[in-house]
Design a binder for this molecule. Sequence first.
Ligand code: DGL
Length: 273
Amino acid sequence: MQHPIGIFDSGYGGLTILEEIRQKLPQYDYLYLGDNARTPYGMRSFEIVYEFTLQAVNKLFQEGCRLVILACNTASAKALRTIQQNDLPKMNEYRRVLGVIRPTIESIGSLTQTNHVGILGTPGTIQSESYVLETEKLYPYIQVIGEACPMWVALVENGEYDQPGADYFVKKHIDTILEKDPEIDTLILGCTHYPLLEEKIKKYLPDNINLVSQGVYVAASLADYLQRHPEMDRLCSKNGTVRFYTTESEEKFKDMAAIFFRDEIVVNRINLV
Ligand code: DGL
């Protein structure tokens, strides 16, 4: 049996993370799961995000994964801690789940000069205050300002991210966060869907502000984790394969994945319960 590294997102956003991880660590096998039928998670309650995320993690474990990355800020903010503290200890075998928020925050200390950092995310991620609280622990002198962008995931999931209509919603939230704190010099895309909007975001962002996509930091942090945990590294199979599961249509998934993968991909529709 193969033991791929599981990569989970509510939809297509985690593909931006998978892409960076595969560039950094091409030798591992990967199994991506997008819960496209129930996306977006960004407006959902803690209970529901936890329930859906746990279902996805269990499915990936059943399929042979030993290590799962929640390539979703909303799931990382609302479900990761409970899964790590309550669910993993009850499992008989060695299983691990990691998120994307901590590796992103670790990176900001070296990025900001003004010590004012903006985070763009889903309403769920921003309301959870995960970025603010985690930054306080690591860099108490950095001020983090959040801005929820409720429409942005919908623009990506519906393939409208590069269309003219997206400009209105992008400009609106860039203007708002810079009004909230004009000293921001580093802006984090705290949602894995947002790198698809990067071109439009740059259009409305002053040149002196760093725009940060989290994929490279998550990939570097995973490489470091596997080096520090050889017992987990040994459990992950290494044939360089990637497979995909979606809870929605396989055809729709293939169309979207074509942005990231030039070759025909293997995708299967599954149900999560
Ligand atoms: N890609 C997920 C994130 O990083 C988005 C979520 C959603 O609203 O489903 O937060």
